[in-house]
Design a protein around this ligand. Structure first.
Ligand code: 13P
Length: 259
């Protein structure tokens, strides 16, 4: 596959943390840590809880910050009797650009199946936003040596029925479950090997030009110290950061380590 340069994408997934007041404070810290120029060098996305989307949209737009607004979840239907859910269109109206789907926490705690991940990713793309589709194996699967096959099957299921022009725009995130919130990050080599394997799978499903354009992130216990090492690897196009994105200074340092 021909080597090309892809713009890095660094996402902060706040999970169920920060009230809207704390969200605003965190963005102030981030602003004090990174410059406007820094934010041009990579795509930086914040995925706050739904309750902070409007506040952050207002700040990002009023202050013309070069930060994209992201969401952590949505339902695949357009509207209707789905108590507690949020539609892709509602997120689009708030100028959300990226939506996480298939995070292991949603797969395990909320029974999100491969089929739902696929339907949701399609609904996000149809609403002109970009899905950040998460995949990753458990410790048990890695110990059994089945991690490459397992992740490839998750990628295939998530992309089922996707048109080639849509696939080019998506983001895939490799988040091994054993590395999430444990402090036990994958090595940069492990991340590279899996991201390359994911790209190969996309190439088999579509073609090498398409696979070359898809951005593939690593996530799992990323911090200020290790962030730079992952993104030096050719197939690792960015990071999906949990804990270290909750602090604006730390997340700013992660961004600076990558760009
Ligand atoms: P941590 O960075 O806290 O390990 O979380 C990773 C993650 O799940 C991001 O989506």
């Amino acid at each position: 596959m021909e080597k090309i340069t892809r713009k890095k994408i660094i996402c902060g997934n706040w999970k169920m943390n920060h009230s809207h007041y704390e969200a605003v404070q965190t963005i102030q810290q981030l602003k004090a840590t990174v410059s406007e120029e820094d934010l041009i060098k990579a795509d930086v996305v914040i995925h706050p809880p739904f309750t902070s989307l409007r506040s952050l949209q207002t700040i990002f737009e009023a202050e013309k910050l070069g930060i994209f607004l992201g969401a952590q979840h949505c339902y695949f239907e357009k509207s209707g009797a789905f108590t507690g859910e949020i539609s892709p269109e509602m997120l689009l109206k708030l100028h959300v650009t990226f939506v996480i789907v298939g995070h292991s926490e949603r797969r395990t705690l909320f029974n999100q199946s491969d089929e739902i991940v696929n339907k949701t990713a399609k609904a996000i793309s149809e609403a002109q936003m970009i899905p950040v589709i998460c995949v990753g194996e458990s410790q048990k699967i890695r110990e059994a040596g089945e991690h490459f096959d397992f992740v490839a099957s998750q990628v295939e299921a998530a992309l089922s029925g996707f048109r080639i022009d849509t696939v080019k725009r998506i983001v895939l995130a490799y988040e091994p479950i054993w590395a999430i919130g444990t402090g036990n990050n994958a090595t940069a080599e492990d991340a590279q090997d899996m991201c390359a394997s994911i790209r190969k799978k996309v190439s088999e499903l579509y073609d090498s030009d398409t696979a070359n354009l898809v951005r593939i992130q690593y996530g799992g216990s990323v911090n200020e110290e290790n962030a730079g090492s992952f993104c030096k690897k050719y197939d690792v196009d960015g990071l999906l950061v949990g804990g270290a994105s909750l602090d604006g200074v730390k997340f700013g340092n992660v961004i600076k380590a990558v760009i």
